[in-house]
Design a protein around this ligand. Structure first.
Ligand code: ZN
Length: 330
């Protein structure tokens, strides 16, 4: 069994869900694979590491990218970016979005005065983004790219759960940030109420390309290994849905869902990707209810997803002075 990509634990990890070849469309990989629960840090990860070619094919051709944002959505992005910027150490404003797709977040950042650049695996989306908004774009895996200058902020929304190797991603984030620079991400979270109670009906398990879900503890520890200090955590997403909790206990699904099947470790065959109810969609898109819902979520921490802001450790002022002296002496 593959060691946990967050804490490298190997002992006592258990198979939680099995995705059969028939159900492979759910994670987008043409293979049989299991979702494993790490006993030590409670994260979930796929017992299979897809190749770069598999990922390129997935995100270049088959992945469905988000549509153009509504005003309510853009406003909520701006609120997150303003929250991040409160922790900035300098006035400079160079920002990179990893996995930028059509550039929805970059538009919000641009409106707030950031100098934006985008990175993605999808060449077509990047060239459209460059033509429409003029942002500099970088095609390829973030970890493999060389950036001529460091950034003051890096943003990665719904990217972390798609990573093959989170450790090298986090190391690269530390490498491309200025000292004191900020990293902001959104990712679904393992070991939340919804993930535990909804079982195999937890919608994130079945989404295309979702390879791992860190627990809160595992994510904080991984970033701190690379001198990225947590400055803000905010619960997002949804609390457990009573309907899905009951369905997962009974081993049933909604009849309206697609006919793809997924085999769980408990031997249950589910049908298709669980969908969000209309009430949840209204909640997610309403200009008036959404900010209220955000506040409630922050208070109760009941969501199955999360926004994080980390800051790269600044260079110790004493040490940087010493460096100046030694430079002058030389
Ligand atoms: Zn672990």
């Amino acid at each position: 069994m593959r060691p946990c990509p967050f804490c490298e634990n190997t002992s006592g990890n258990t198979e939680r869900y099995r995705k059969s070849v028939d159900g492979s469309v759910l994670i987008g990989l043409k293979t049989d694979a299991s979702m494993i629960r790490c006993r030590a840090c409670r994260s979930l990860y796929l017992n299979y590491v897809p190749s770069c070619d598999e990922l390129r094919e997935l995100y270049g051709e088959r992945f469905r990218y988000p549509d153009a944002p509504t005003q309510a959505t853009l406003n909520s992005y701006k609120a997150v970016l303003r929250g991040m910027a409160r922790h900035a150490c300098s006035e400079s404003r160079r920002l990179l979005e990893v996995g930028c797709a059509g550039g929805n977040w970059l538009q919000a950042a641009d409106a707030l005065g950031w100098e934006c650049e985008g990175n993605d695996l999808n060449a077509e989306m990047l060239s459209q983004l460059h033509e429409k908004h003029g942002f500099p774009v970088h095609l390829g895996f973030f970890e493999d790219l060389d950036f001529p200058r460091p950034f003051d902020a890096v943003v990665a929304v719904n990217v972390f759960e798609h990573l093959n190797d989170p450790e090298s991603f986090v190391a690269k984030v530390g490498e491309v940030l200025e000292p004191g620079g900020l990293f902001c991400m959104k990712t679904p979270l393992a070991d939340t109420w919804a993930e535990r109670w909804e079982g195999y009906r937890w919608p994130h398990l079945a989404e295309l390309g979702h390879l791992l879900f860190g627990s809160r503890q595992a994510i904080v520890e991984m970033f701190s290994r690379h001198d990225l200090e947590l400055v803000q955590f905010q619960s997002a997403g949804f609390p457990p849905s009573p309907r899905r909790v009951i369905q997962s206990r009974r081993g049933t699904t909604d009849a309206s869902e697609s006919s793809e099947s997924v085999q769980t470790a408990e031997g249950v065959v589910s049908k298709g990707v669980p969908t969000r109810s209309w009430a949840r969609r209204v909640l997610a898109n309403s200009q008036y209810i959404k900010p209220l819902y955000f506040k409630l979520n922050r208070l109760l921490q009941w969501g199955d997803s999360s926004y994080w802001t980390f800051r790269r450790a600044s260079i110790d002022p004493e040490r940087s002075q010493q460096r100046e002296f030694s430079n002058r002496a030389a």
